[in-house]
Design a protein around this ligand. Sequence first.
Ligand code: SF4
Ligand code: SF4
Length: 192
Amino acid sequence: MPQETLTPDYSLLDQIEAVGPFQTGACFQCRKCTNGCPVTFAMDLYPDEVIRMVILGQREAVLGCRTIWVCAACETCTTRCPNEVKIAEMMDCLKEMAVQESVPSPQPQILTLHETFLNNIKKWGRVYETALLPTYLLRSGELKHKWQAGTWQDEIKLGLQMVSKGRFPLLPTAIKGKREVRKILAQHRQKP
Ligand code: SF4
Ligand code: SF4
């Protein structure tokens, strides 16, 4: 383990609790969160380990871990926690902190999806799938990969099926409060 991951930064806990509060300090390591999590197979730190490392001030290790990116935000952990630690919400906070502190993501595709998704909402006020998918495919390099692998036709077929089922509207639906949504996202970005 690199030396910097062993240097504690105890401001980390205060910093994320200021965004929450997530009750992180209430964790007594029962592991109920981890035992219910459906994505542990893809994680490099289990949810209870992320909590412990936050308390121990392991900033680099926590912000650089794969777990915060593969977390599906299903909230099973939050529901199971006997101490009402808001684990899922804390994972989201850590993800935003990693972006703001320019910590490289070990899952760049998910980072690209995260950014594309937030930009999409910022632009349209709600998710506009018709723009989301092509933008993600282009930004992530997936389109190039699919083109080289000869599987790009599958995406076209899927897109046409979605259009035929009314899941891909040609025009975005206008919503009220687009400005408010942008304001919330901007505040969220500034918080950590
Ligand atoms: S379920 Fe709650 S108390 Fe138990 S390890 Fe997870 S966060 Fe800690
Ligand atoms: S919210 Fe994330 S960490 Fe919690 S159970 Fe779901 S996938 Fe696991």
